[in-house]
Design a protein around this ligand. Structure first.
Ligand code: ASP
Ligand code: MG
Length: 439
């Protein structure tokens, strides 16, 4: 059995939905996970924000505009009157939920109900579309299968139990459709796996049933060795290990949701990254295989803040790091890159909503400095302790570019550089030209 996840642009128009129907038209038994139609989640977030600000008229205008968008969408999607009727009742039903939230006080609970509507709409519309084409499919309710715990972590055993039972109920069916992104929390409320979380749903379901493979369909041809929007030339990387993919996704490669690698890796289910615009292209496969390449790929992440703490006392005396890290833990702020010296410690964060409070608390342990508008560049490859020369190569590429931090040896798979964002483009291009073999 396979799990195929299609992102927002892959179901972004009636034509794209038709293309998805063609892609899934083979003999493999499969679960198809869909995102919301492109742009919809952003608009639903906007509606929630307007309601939270008390701007009801503004929210209603956005809601009705979105409703009109879907009316046009279904008018093009379906051929027969009866299918159009079904599509109409889907959007009427889900927009009734949306409209019902205008006159109640808006809390995070209502906002989560709002943002869940996108996937509920796209999956039902697609299901009716398949029916119109004469293809039998069954809708699986993500809200009954996917649950997160008190730490917002998906509970794989729960998913496994529910999904296995649902599939067993339909042993004669070979095509299932479900919603990415949405789930329930321990209180039973509607919740979600955070923006971009449909990928995560895909790998969780794939892991839960030990799928033969998980396919993540987007609108680019697999994972590239560098960001094609920034550097002059890139190439798709055909094979990446789970560890490499995890580092790349975490440190900026936009193609995958950072936490989605884990479930697939734990159960050793290969993940393929494929392109809906070019279904026969090879894409990228992520497995446990390790390549012998020196450098696999480079990714970058902006809006990084560097916090440096300098102590006059013995900084790294035992217990010091714990005290510093506890401050970050208290404010649920993850630290990404760390470098240390005997008297100072530099750390990066990208979640800055509690920055002021963190700084105040850190000041009791030393002199604190903050630098913003920094970027992390993550170079992924074979940095194992047995190899020599790769760090030299990358520093040679950066010989004319000042950087703030370098961290190597944290894992065998990456070295990270932190520099001012104004140097990022130059650095990415220099690394790109110097670290890969260009014929
Ligand atoms: N629709 C959600 C979002 O836009 C989830 C996803 O597309 O992965 O973030
Ligand atoms: Mg996505």
């Amino acid at each position: 059995m396979r799990v195929l996840k299609f992102g927002g642009t892959s179901v972004g128009s009636p034509e794209r939905m038709q293309a998805v129907a063609a892609i899934i038209n083979d003999s493999h038994r499969k679960i198809v996970v869909l995102s919301a139609v492109t742009g919809t989640t952003n608009v639903l977030v906007e509606i929630g924000d307007k309601l939270a600000e008390g701007n009801k008229a503004g929210a209603v205008a956005v809601i009705e505009n979105l409703y009109e968008h879907y009316k046009k969408f279904i008018a093009t999607l379906y051929k027969s009157e009866s299918s159009l009727e079904k599509g109409k009742s889907v959007i009427d039903k889900q927009f009734a939920v949306i409209r019902s939230l205008v006159d109640v006080p808006t809390t995070v609970i209502e906002q989560r109900i709002l943002v869940a509507q996108g996937e509920l709409i796209s999956t039902q519309l697609f299901h009716h579309f398949l029916t119109e084409m004469g293809r039998k499919s069954v809708l699986l309710p993500a809200l009954e299968m996917v649950k997160i715990d008190h730490d917002n972590e998906p509970i794989l055993s729960f998913i496994e139990e529910k999904l296995t039972a649902l599939l067993a109920q339909h042993s004669d069916v070979d095509l299932f459709i479900t919603q990415g992104y949405i789930c329930r929390n321990p209180k039973g409320e509607i919740d979600n796996l955070k923006r971009g979380g449909s990928d995560y749903t895909g790998t969780l379901l794939g892991a839960a049933i030990n799928a033969e493979e998980i396919q993540i369909w987007t609108d680019i041809d697999g994972m590239h060795n560098n960001d094609p929007r920034i550097v002059k030339r890139t190439f798709p990387v055909r094979e990446v290990s789970f560890n490499e993919a995890a580092e790349l996704a975490y440190f900026g490669a936009k193609i995958l949701h950072p936490t989605c690698i884990r479930p697939a890796q734990d159960r050793n289910v290969p993940v393929k990254l494929l392109n809906t615009m070019e279904p026969s292209a090879e894409g990228t496969v992520i497995t446990n295989n390790v390549s012998d390449r020196a450098v696999t790929a480079i990714a970058a992440k902006d809006n990084i803040t560097v916090i440096k703490i300098k102590s006059t006392r013995m900084l790294l005396a035992h217990g010091f790091l714990r005290k510093v890290f506890e401050v970050f833990e208290k404010y649920k702020t993850p630290i990404d890159v760390i470098t240390t010296s005997e008297v100072a410690l530099s750390m990066t964060i990208d979640e800055t909503s509690n920055l002021e409070a963190i700084l105040v608390e850190l000041e009791q342990y030393g002199v604190v400095e903050v630098e913003q508008e920094q970027s992390i560049i993550c170079i992924v490859g074979n940095f194992s302790p047995e190899k020599s020369g790769i760090v030299l190569n990358l520093l040679t590429c950066l010989k004319d570019i000042p950087f703030r931090m370098i961290s190597s040896g944290g894992s065998k798979y990456n070295t990270t550089i932190v520099l001012k964002t104004i140097y990022k483009v130059e650095a990415l291009n220099a690394l790109n030209e110097g670290l890969f073999e260009w014929k």
